[in-house]
Design a protein around this ligand. Sequence first.
Ligand code: E4P
Length: 215
Amino acid sequence: MQFFLDTANLDQIREVADLGLLDGVTTNPTIMSREGGDWREQAARICELVDGPVSLEVIATNHEAMIKEAKDLVSFGPNVVVKIPMIAEGLKALRELTERGIKTNVTLVFSPAQALLAAKLGATYVSPFVGRLDGLSQSGMEAVEQMRTIFDNYDFSTKILVASVRHPLHVLESGLIGADVITLPYSTIMQLVQHPLTDSGLAAFLADWEAFQKK
Ligand code: E4P
């Protein structure tokens, strides 16, 4: 399973890359706005820094304007993946971008049927938002499981990119289901590293070793 980082923050990107865990980055308008400043400069820096796919999202909601924006976004680097919202106009844009060979990430996907539509139109990635579904008392991971079954039934090459991740259990379940990619907030990656028994175990080993040296 590939790990993408769900951020536009350069320090977080560098830190996760240094851990060797960074396979790509996803952004959205909210995430970009958090960094402030000139979004174009920020997007260019991210694309340069990341050795892997970088999702940049269109703002337009009609397909002609989405395609125009997509052409601009891909100029930021060869690793750009254009993020398109799962709306009817988005599907029209998706079809054309697929024909042009532009990589796409269909975002704001909440049902397996929506994922099927995106896969039929050749999306590179679909992004089910599991945390937001859980927040409505619907199972995000159950939706991902059904997407996995549908994609496998028909040999779709579209990758399932689990998004809106809230905690390490989402990572475990994504792995068990066989999701292709998961995009994680920086805090969740750090939570994955830690375990209290690792910390207490290491402290005990070091204390025992120190006592042994003094004998
Ligand atoms: C995915 O690409 C989105 O950027 C993201 O995961 C949305 O998550 P949220 O529900 O935390 O906003």
